[in-house]
Design a protein around this ligand. Structure first.
Ligand SMILES: *Cc1c(COP(=O)(O)O)cnc(C)c1O
Length: 364
C-alpha cells in the first residue's frame, strides 16, 4: 500500500507557492536583496526541500538559528549558498563555523572578541539591538565597538523590529531611526532591518537586504489586511470511525462535549502529538467536501472528533480525509482559533504526518 493511502494524516507542502512568495517579496523589496529565513526546519516545512527550491529560484543568502541547523543546511545546499546563523557561536564553536563556511551573527561583545581572535578573516554579521532587548549590542556596546573596531570582516549589520506587524506602532520609526544612526557609523557595510512584516512597512525599511521567513510560508505579514502571500500548506486527516450518538451522550476526555441532539461523530487520525494543538479543543474545525464540520470535545494525543451530522453519510465515512488546513482555512485561521500565531501553528506541524512536496513549475 502506498504511504499516502496508509497515512493517518497527510501534509502537502507547495514548494511552488513558497518560490512564488519569495519572488513577490523580491519584487516588493527591490533593489534591496531578499534573503530567506529557513530556521527551525524552514518553519517546520522541511529545510532541505524548501531551501533547495529557493536556491534554484535564485536565492543566495539563507538564515538559520543554530550551528547544527547551519551544518545541515550546508549539506543540503552545497558550497555555493551563503548561510548565516542568527544565534552566533557558542564558546568553542568558531572553528566549526569556519569549517562549514557559516557566517555567524555576532550578538554581544564576548562573541565579537572571540571571533576576532579565532576566526577574524572569516566574515561575520553584526547585530545591534534597537528595541528588542533580546540579542544584539546595546547602544553603549555599539559605541565602544565603533571606538575600537575589532579585526573582523563584516558582511552585514542588522537589527530586528519588535512591532513590524503593527504599522501604527511608534516603535517602528524609532527603531528605524536608531538603526539608521548606527548603520551610518559603518557606512561601508550592508544593512538589514526588515523581516516579513517589516518589508510591508515601506521602502524606508528595506535598506540593503531583507530577511523574510513567515511570509514565505504563507503567514499573513499584515494581520488584519488581505493576505498577499500564497497558501503553502494543506493538511488533512483520515476518518477512522464514525458513530451515531444520542442526545445527552458525551464525547472525549473530560466528557467535555455533550451532544445537544442525536448526531454522527467522526474520529480522525490527528492529535496534539502532531502539533494539532490542544487549545483547538472545541474551537477548531475541518472541511469535508467544502462544508465546515466543527471540532467537538478535546483534542487528544492521536485523535480528534468532529460533528459530521450535517454531512451526508456517504461523504463522511471511514477512510475519507477531513481537510484541516487549506485554502478556506489557513494557518492564520487555525492560529486565531488556537489563541496563537501562524508561526507556532507551522513550527508545531508534526513529524508523524506523511509529507508530500509539490515541486515548483519548471522554468519556462
Ligand atoms: C526569525 C527572524 C527573522 C524572520 O522573521 P519573520 O517574521 O518570520 O519573517 C528575521 N530576522 C531575525 C533576526 C529573526 O530571528
Amino acid at each position: 500500500m502506498s504511504p499516502v493511502s496508509r497515512a493517518g494524516a497527510v501534509l502537502e507542502i507547495d514548494l511552488g507557492a513558497i518560490v512564488a512568495n519569495w519572488r513577490l517579496l523580491v519584487q516588493i523589496a527591490a533593489p534591496a536583496e531578499c534573503a530567506a529565513v529557513v530556521k527551525a526546519n524552514a518553519y517546520g516545512l522541511g529545510v532541505a526541500p524548501v531551501a533547495t527550491a529557493l536556491a534554484a529560484a535564485g536565492c543566495r543568502l539563507f538564515f538559520v538559528a543554530t550551528l547544527d541547523e547551519g551544518i545541515a543546511l550546508r549539506r543540503a545546499l552545497g558550497a555555493a549558498a551563503e548561510i548565516a546563523v542568527f544565534n552566533g557561536p557558542l564558546p568553542g564553536t568558531a572553528a566549526e563555523f569556519a569549517a562549514h563556511a557559516l557566517v555567524p551573527v555576532l550578538n554581544d561583545p564576548g562573541q565579537i572578541a572571540k571571533w576576532a581572535e579565532a576566526a577574524g578573516p572569516h566574515p561575520a554579521m553584526l547585530h545591534v539591538d534597537t528595541g528588542m532587548a533580546r540579542l544584539g549590542l546595546s547602544a553603549r556596546e555599539f559605541a565602544a565597538l565603533v571606538e575600537a573596531p575589532p579585526r573582523i570582516r563584516w558582511r552585514l549589520v542588522m537589527s530586528h523590529l519588535a512591532c513590524a506587524d503593527q504599522p501604527a506602532a511608534v516603535l517602528n520609526a524609532a527603531q528605524r531611526a536608531r538603526f539608521a544612526a548606527a548603520a551610518a557609523r559603518l557606512p561601508e557595510i550592508a544593512a538589514s532591518l526588515a523581516a516579513s512584516s517589516g518589508i510591508f512597512l515601506g521602502p524606508s525599511y528595506h535598506l540593503d537586504l531583507v530577511r523574510p521567513g513567515a511570509a514565505l510560508y504563507g503567514v499573513n505579514p499584515q494581520p488584519g489586511c488581505p493576505n498577499p502571500m500564497r497558501q503553502v500548506v494543506r493538511l488533512s486527516a483520515r476518518i477512522l470511525q464514525v458513530r451515531q450518538i444520542d442526545r445527552g451522550e458525551t464525547v472525549g476526555y473530560g466528557a467535555a462535549h455533550v451532544m445537544a441532539a442525536p448526531g454522527r461523530v467522526a474520529t480522525a487520525a490527528v492529535g496534539y502529538a502532531d502539533g494539532w494543538l490542544r487549545s483547538l479543543s472545541r474551537r477548531g474545525g475541518g472541511t469535508i467536501a467544502g462544508t465546515r464540520v466543527p471540532l467537538i470535545g478535546r483534542v487528544s494525543m492521536d485523535l480528534v472528533t468532529f460533528d459530521v451530522s450535517a454531512i451526508p453519510e456517504e461523504l463522511a465515512r471511514p477512510g475519507v480525509m477531513i481537510e484541516l488546513l487549506g485554502t478556506g482555512y489557513g494557518v492564520d485561521d487555525a492560529a486565531a482559533d488556537a489563541g496563537t500565531i501562524g508561526y507556532e501553528i507551522l513550527t508545531a506541524l508534526g513529524a508523524r504526518y506523511h509529507r508530500v512536496y509539490r515541486p515548483p513549475d519548471p522554468p519556462q
